[in-house]
Design a protein around this ligand. Structure first.
Ligand code: ASP
Length: 471
C-alpha cells in the first residue's frame, strides 16, 4: 500500500491511488451509494463508496461518526456541478477502494460539528478531548501556535535567548495570593509557584544574558473574578541597557509583525501605538485600559495603546501617611522615572512619584505591562521601606536580589504579555478559556481530571500535614 498522505494534499493527486487516515465526520447513504466525509488535521474530503466491492461496501455501512479509519482509493475530479467551493478539497472526491477500521467510537457525549457556544461549559470541559475536535477550537489552538512561533522567531532574531525559570520557587509579589507546595524533604516548609518569573528574569540580567524571553506559565490564586485562570501564560521578556522607549518600540514591532503574518485580515488602527498618560486616560475614559476603536462594530479593528506615567505608590485603604500605609500600584521592582529618583531616595512626596511602568491595552483590555527596574540595590531597598517592610522581611524575601545587584547589574527593563488574552482578542473570542487547551472552570476546577482533589492519607502524613476542616 502507498504511504498515508494528508487530505489537503489530494487536490494535486487526481487520477492517483492514495491512502488517507482520519476520522469519519459524517456518513450519508444515498440509495446504494454511501458518501463519507473523512477528516484529518489538514481538512476534510468527500468519499464515495459503491456496492461494486462487496466487502468494502459492507464495512462502509457500519461506519459511524468519529470512527478512525484508513482508506485507500482513487482521487477523481468532481463533475462541475458537484464541486463544493466551501471546501478546500471541494473540487475532488475519492472513490473508495479499501477501508480499514483502526478504532471504533461510541457516540460522542457532545456534538462537535457546530461552534459549541450553546453547550454547557462544564460538559465541554469534562469532555475537553472531544470538545477540542471542534473546528473552532482546532483553529484557535493552531493559530495560537502560529502567533507564538512568530513572536519567538522575532525575539530569537533580535538576540533574545529563551530560558526556563523554576516553577517550584519562592513567593514573588504580583499582587495576588501564592499557590504553595509543601516540601516532603524539608517538613513544614513550602515552595510557592511563581506569579511571574519577575525575579528570575532580573537575575538573568544580573548574570549578563542581556536579552531573555520565555513563554512562562504563571500561577495566581485569586478569588473567582471575571475571566481569570489560576494558571496562565505570559510572553515574558527582559532586556539590559534599555530605556522605556526601547522596550516599548521593540515589543510594538514584535506584535505588529506577528499580526501582519498570522492575522492578515486585521487592521491596526494606529501605528505607532498612541502613548497616553495615566492621568489623561483616567480623565478622558475613566479607565486605564481604554477602548480606542473608532468603530466598535468592526470585528477586525485593533486599537492598541500604551499607558504610561502611573503613580508608583497608592495609599492602602485610602489613608496617606509618610511612614507606611503605601502599596505599589504595579510592580515593586520598577524604577521611578529618573526625575523622581531623588524623591524615592529621600522618601519624599511619595504619592507623587511616577513609575516607569508601561501598560499596553487593546480594545479595552489590558494585554501586557512592564517597566524599567531599580537596578541599584539602594533604590530597590527604598521601595520596600516605603512599603513598610521590616529590615528582617526585606532581607528574608529580597536579600538575594539586593545581593545580586551588588555584583555589577546593568540597567534593565522588560515586559510581559498575557498571551491567552492577546490570542483571545485576535480570535474574536469572549473568554480566554476558548484559546487554552485544558482550561479550568471559572472557580478553578478541572472536571476532566477531577482536580483539585483529596490525596491519600499516607501522602499527608509524609508531608506532615493535617487537614482541619473548619465548620
Ligand atoms: N512581572 C510583570 C507582570 O507579571 C511583568 C513585568 O513587569 O515584566 O505583570
Amino acid at each position: 500500500m502507498p504511504s498515508r498522505i494528508l487530505i489537503k494534499e489530494i487536490i494535486n493527486k487526481i487520477g492517483e491511488k492514495v491512502v488517507l487516515s482520519g476520522w469519519v465526520d459524517v456518513r450519508r447513504d444515498h440509495g446504494k451509494i454511501i458518501f463519507l466525509d473523512l477528516r484529518d488535521m489538514s481538512g476534510k474530503v468527500q468519499m464515495v463508496v459503491t456496492p461494486k466491492d462487496e466487502e468494502t461496501y459492507k464495512i462502509a455501512t457500519t461506519l459511524r461518526p468519529e470512527w478512525v479509519v484508513e482508506i485507500e482509493g482513487l482521487v477523481s475530479a468532481r463533475p462541475e456541478k458537484m464541486k463544493n467551493p466551501e471546501l478546500a478539497t471541494g473540487g475532488v472526491e475519492m472513490q473508495v477502494g479499501k477501508i480499514k477500521v483502526l478504532a471504533e467510537a461510541e457516540t460522542p457525549p457532545i456534538d462537535v460539528s457546530g461552534d459549541g457556544y450553546d453547550i454547557g461549559e462544564d460538559t465541554r470541559l469534562q469532555y475537553r478531548y472531544v470538545d477540542l475536535k471542534r473546528a473552532r477550537l482546532q483553529k484557535n489552538l493552531r493559530n495560537r501556535h502560529k502567533a507564538t512561533k512568530l513572536m519567538r522567531d522575532f525575539l530569537a532574531e533580535s538576540g533574545f535567548v529563551e530560558i526556563e525559570t523554576p516553577i517550584l520557587t519562592k513567593s514573588t509579589p504580583e499582587g495576588a495570593r501564592d499557590y504553595i507546595v509543601p516540601s516532603r524533604l524539608h517538613l513544614g516548609t513550602f515552595y510557592a509557584l511563581p506569579q511571574s518569573p519577575q525575579q528570575y528574569k532580573q537575575l538573568l540580567m544580573a548574570a549578563g544574558f542581556e536579552r531573555y524571553f520565555q513563554m512562562a506559565r504563571c500561577f495566581r490564586d485569586e478569588d473567582t473574578r471575571g475571566d481569570r485562570q489560576p494558571e496562565f501564560t505570559q510572553m515574558d521578556l527582559e532586556m539590559s541597557f534599555v530605556d522605556m522607549d526601547a522596550v516599548m518600540s521593540l515589543n510594538e514591532k514584535m506584535v505588529i509583525n506577528m499580526i501582519k503574518e498570522a492575522y492578515p485580515n486585521k487592521k491596526i488602527q494606529e501605528i505607532p501605538f498612541p502613548r497616553l498618560s495615566y492621568k489623561e486616560v483616567m480623565n478622558k475614559y475613566g479607565t486605564d485600559r481604554p477602548d480606542l476603536r473608532k468603530d466598535i462594530n468592526d470585528p477586525d479593528l485593533l486599537a492598541f495603546c500604551w499607558v504610561v506615567d502611573f503613580p508608583f505608590f497608592s495609599a492602602l485603604g485610602g489613608e496617606k501617611t509618610e511612614t507606611g500605609g503605601w502599596t505599589f500600584t504595579h510592580n515593586p521592582f520598577s524604577a521611578p522615572k529618573p526625575e523622581f529618583m531623588d524623591d524615592l531616595m529621600e522618601k519624599r512626596d511619595i504619592g507623587s512619584i511616577i513609575t516607569t511602568q508601561y501598560d499596553v491595552a487593546l480594545n479595552g483590555y489590558e494585554i501586557g505591562g512592564g517597566s524599567i527596574r531599580n537596578h541599584k540595590p539602594e533604590a530597590l531597598k527604598k521601595v520596600f521601606e516605603i512599603l513598610g517592610y521590616s529590615e528582617d522581611r526585606i532581607e528574608k524575601n529580597f536579600g538575594h536580589m539586593l545581593q545580586a545587584f551588588k555584583y555589577g547589574t546593568p540597567p534593565h527593563g522588560g515586559i510581559a504579555f498575557g498571551l491567552d488574552r492577546l490570542i483571545m482578542l485576535l480570535e474574536g473570542e469572549g473568554s480566554i478559556r476558548e484559546v487554552m487547551a485544558f482550561p479550568k472552570t471559572g472557580d478553578g476546577r478541572d472536571f476532566m481530571m477531577s482536580a483539585p482533589s483529596e490525596v491519600e492519607k499516607e501522602q499527608l502524613i509524609e508531608l506532615g500535614i493535617k487537614i482541619e476542616k473548619s465548620e
